[in-house]
Design a protein around this ligand. Structure first.
Ligand SMILES: [Zn+2]
Length: 386
């Protein structure tokens, strides 16, 4: 007899929550929660829980497929309408996703609804840049004030917990995003050409020094770091592969002189470098910038199962290198040992999950698969339990 995929998933999700460590967030009791099911990712909201254990008990009993929590803290998180909740502040949250309409693998077809490792790696690179180049370097945050986790689907969530940031309103959060994206900044604002007397076609290049604040200082630091590294110096100019030239160039930049070693097509070279420093956290189709601006949104609760993949929106533990984290292998909620029977509703491509690579499956074929992979396919609505 056919089993309802929703029921089949809910039973497995509920069993997981009954034995798992209760998912938690700082000041959980001040947050609004929402649950979703087979049809919609958020079916109920305005829920609140007095402790992680109470939340875990409800997850085991109600077996939702999606669990979301607010980045905001409220005096009355379950009150409605929103204004009666009495907003008290919010974490600074970023949601970085691989776009679903294209694939980083270059194979032409988008990999969505599945997620290929190239797409995960591309968005992970951006997450690492967001954390290292901006949140740690520019915003004075430390690693233990950040919660970094898989979104459960095609990206990562980064949450910053800092008292001073909690009261920031929509406009101030937009300014943070504008800064990260380098909105409106061009290399012409950074580098100035000064004519050299008696040489009409020559100029000196003046620019920021590494000890300056903001994007200028960032830019100078990056260029100096690249020139210091023999592996990257040559990408700016072959001349800089020579140690004495590199040293002379760096000494100049430290004083704001960017042409002590003249570089061919310097402005073009630096323009390209400058543009590559900007990080888009809102332009791609799927990156939901509103998560950062909109301080009343609810989003995937860390360490709960994503109903669109059956994979955990797992927090990457402190001490684990987030730059090489492989969520499709390391964030599983379900076993790779037990087997389940499912029937493919469509042709399923080769997919890697849980440190295994599964062969393509033909449409209408019934196969026995490890629970984690069977759940993944049923969540994707490309297979049904038998
Ligand atoms: Zn892809």
């Amino acid at each position: 007899m056919a089993v309802s995929p929703h029921y089949w998933l809910a039973e497995r999700f509920g069993a997981y929550y009954a034995r798992a460590q209760p998912p938690s967030l700082p000041r959980l009791e001040r947050r609004e929660f929402g649950f979703g099911g087979w049809e919609r990712k958020i079916e109920f909201r305005h829920l609140s829980f007095s402790s992680p254990i109470k939340l875990a008990e409800t997850l085991a009993k109600d077996k939702p497929l999606y669990v979301s929590a607010s980045s905001a803290y409220y005096e009355f998180p379950d009150a409605r309408p929103m204004v009666r909740k009495n907003w008290q502040g919010a974490d600074l949250v970023f949601d970085l996703d691989a776009p679903s309409d294209k694939c980083a693998s270059g194979r032409g077809m988008p990999c969505a609804p599945f997620t290929c490792s190239e797409c995960i790696h591309r968005v992970r690179e951006n997450m690492v840049r967001l954390v290292e180049d901006f949140l740690l370097a520019d915003f004075g945050l430390s690693r233990n004030e950040l919660q970094i986790g898989f979104s459960g689907s095609r990206g990562f969530h980064v949450r910053a917990y800092k008292k001073e940031m909690e009261p920031l309103g929509r406009d101030e959060r937009r300014e943070i995003v504008d800064y990260i994206e380098g909105s409106g900044l061009t290399v012409d604002q950074m580098l100035v050409q000064e004519p050299i007397a008696g040489h009409p076609n020559m100029y000196k290049l003046r620019g920021p020094t590494p000890n300056m604040g903001g994007y200028g200082g960032k830019f100078a630091k990056k260029v100096v770091a690249m020139v210091k590294d023999s592996a990257t110096a040559g990408t700016i100019s072959p001349k800089l592969k020579k140690k004495e030239n590199a040293e002379r160039f760096i000494a100049g930049v430290n004083e704001g002189r960017w042409s002590d070693v003249p570089i061919t097509h310097a402005l073009d070279v630096f323009k390209q470098l400058f543009e590559s420093m900007k990080l888009s956290v809102s332009n791609s189709v799927e990156t939901d910038v509103n998560v950062t601006f909109d301080t009343t949104k609810i989003l995937r609760m860390p360490d709960t199962i994503h109903g669109g993949s059956g994979i955990l929106a797992k927090t990457i533990p402190l001490g684990v290198d987030f730059s090489s984290y492989e969520p499709m292998h390391q964030a599983l909620a379900f076993s790779m040992d037990k087997a389940e029977s499912v029937k493919a509703l469509q042709a399923i491509p080769v997919i890697s999950l849980g440190n295994r690579t599964f062969d393509a499956i033909e449409k209408d074929k019934t196969v026995e698969l490890p629970t984690a992979y069977a759940v993944y396919l049923v969540c994707k609505k490309v297979a049904v339990p038998i």
